[in-house]
Ligand binder design. Structure first.
Ligand code: ADP
Ligand code: MG
Length: 241
């Protein structure tokens, strides 16, 4: 069985600066890997390479997904393969409803293969899955930030995601919203969906991860089992003491 994800010697430079410097990592289905590193260490850049935001040709190294090489031209290519990213800055359209946002840009919505009633039902099921008790008709702008984050996840699930990347998802969430999010990640994990999680909150990282990968100045410092590291170990690797 090939790994779900293999990133091999990924390097991404901006001018003279190597934001990501030959980083390799491996992830299997249902695993949660946290990326830890100080601000500017290259976490987001590495994930933007993975998700096709920086397309093939704009980085060095190889990406394999389920054993197949991916050379994405854009984020749509990676979404089709089952990779979704949720950024800290949410990308929902506030004036549109939850349903419209979830089906926005999806094949189903665009080509009208599904009628409205089926979309509504599917939307309700997705909202149940992320434990968000709002109607698909609700305008996204009326929801709290944590709830919007859950809509983003529901949207990713609608695309049959196999790997969900969360880049600092809890930065603006309350404690109870964070707890809901962590529980959803556990639930996804039990459905064999893998997750790459980026957070500065090491208690969350410890609670959710199977693996912790530490990067510093664009370089891979080490990947360990979360059970083998405490918060001080992570910090020491992050800052290089
Ligand atoms: P992190 O997510 O770990 O905080 P980033 O991946 O955002 O780090 O940034 C890594 C490094 O690359 C930083 O030095 C940052 O200034 C630089 N960088 C990131 N994006 C760009 C960009 N679009 N243009 C130029 N430099 C960038
Ligand atoms: Mg970042």
């Amino acid at each position: 069985m090939p790994h779900l994800l293999e990133m091999k010697h990924i390097t991404k430079a901006f001018g003279d600066i190597k934001a990501v410097d030959s980083i390799s990592l491996t992830l299997d289905a249902g695993q949660v890997l946290s990326l830890c590193g100080e601000n500017g260490s290259g976490k987001s850049t590495l994930m933007k390479v993975l998700c096709g935001i920086y397309p093939y040709g704009q980085y060095q190294g190889d990406i394999l997904f389920s054993g197949d090489v991916i050379q994405a031209k854009n984020i749509r290519d990676t979404e089709q393969k089952g990779i979704a990213i949720i950024h800290q800055e949410l990308a929902l359209v506030k004036e549109m409803t939850v349903l419209e946002n979830i089906f926005l840009g999806s094949e189903r919505g665009r080509f009208g293969i599904m009628d409205y009633d089926s979309m509504f039902l599917r939307c309700q099921r997705l909202l149940q899955q992320v434990k968000l008790a709002v109607s698909p008709d609700t305008k996204v702008g009326e929801l709290g930030l944590g709830q919007q984050q859950l809509v983003e996840i529901a949207k990713a699930l609608n695309k049959q995601v196999r790997l969900l990347v969360l880049d600092e998802p809890t930065a603006s969430l309350t404690e109870s919203e964070t707890e809901i999010l962590l529980n959803i990640i556990r639930d996804l994990q039990s459905h064999d969906i893998a997750c790459i999680y980026i957070s500065h909150k090491l208690n969350e990282v410890k609670a959710i991860s199977d693996l912790i990968c530490v990067i510093r100045d664009g370089k891979h410092i080490g990947t360990r089992r979360a059970s083998e590291m405490n918060e001080d170990d992570i910090i020491a690797m992050m800052v290089g003491r």
